[in-house]
Design a protein around this ligand. Structure first.
Ligand SMILES: [Mg+2]
Length: 217
């Protein structure tokens, strides 16, 4: 197992990595997605919820499903579903301090839309630490863990995977990262059960704040 001494670029997922989305944001966004699907396809909420599950399973996101099956304009969707109150999320001093002390380049790699990611890191008081934000628009709306999206990300930001470390709360998103030679940290939260073939998980921490506390203790 390699340590972190060879790392010059730190790659961070956004939701449930750089802040805790579990508490308010995910429910809000999920509700708004269901409302959007119901309105867009002129159906009831129950059918909309069923369709969202189908899109998620087949395409990885509700957005990609609507685009592929119904030619949706992604900007309508992204603007609507992520129009939430940022004040629901509290900036975290440990994350701010950890990013300050962590030497090297930092980049955000998220399945969220660009305007949301930029506003959120600004709200969290950590925008100044990041060299770039790679969002779902940059990925042609193909979310992680699509391998092509990782290639686009690495190329766009000139990241050498051999000296990059990626933090993620969704272990499945670390598989392509590992396959490309990146070092990985799984932020498992309360869900500690990794799959049996978990070679793509190099390091683990409860959450990012715990990893920072461990690293800088
Ligand atoms: Mg996440």
């Amino acid at each position: 197992m390699q340590d972190f001494s060879h790392i010059d670029t730190w790659v961070f997922d956004l939701d449930n990595t750089l802040y805790d989305a579990e508490r308010h944001i995910f429910d809000l966004v999920a509700t708004r997605m269901t409302d959007f699907v119901a309105d867009f396809l002129k159906t009831d909420k129950e059918e909309a919820a069923r369709l969202r599950k189908h899109y998620y399973k087949t395409y990885g996101t509700t957005l990609r499903g609507l685009m592929t099956e119904h030619n949706l304009d992604p900007s309508d969707f992204l603007t609507y579903v992520h129009d939430i109150d940022y004040a629901l999320v509290e900036p975290c001093a440990i994350t701010q301090g950890g990013l300050t002390r962590l030497p090297g380049r930092k980049v955000v790699f998220t399945n969220a839309p660009k305007h949301f990611a930029l506003r959120m890191i600004d709200h969290l008081g950590i925008a100044g630490h990041f060299d770039g934000v790679f969002a779902i628009e940059d990925a042609g709306y193909w979310p992680k863990p699509q391998m092509d999206t990782y290639h686009t990300f690495l190329y766009r930001h000139g990241v050498n995977p051999k000296s990059a470390c990626m933090f993620e709360d969704m272990e499945i998103n670390l598989k392509p990262a590992h396959d490309l030679g990146m070092t990985t940290v799984w932020l498992h939260g309360t869900e500690q059960n990794a799959p049996a073939d978990d070679l793509h998980i190099h390091h683990r921490a409860d959450r990012l704040t715990a990893w920072f506390e461990q690293k800088f203790k």
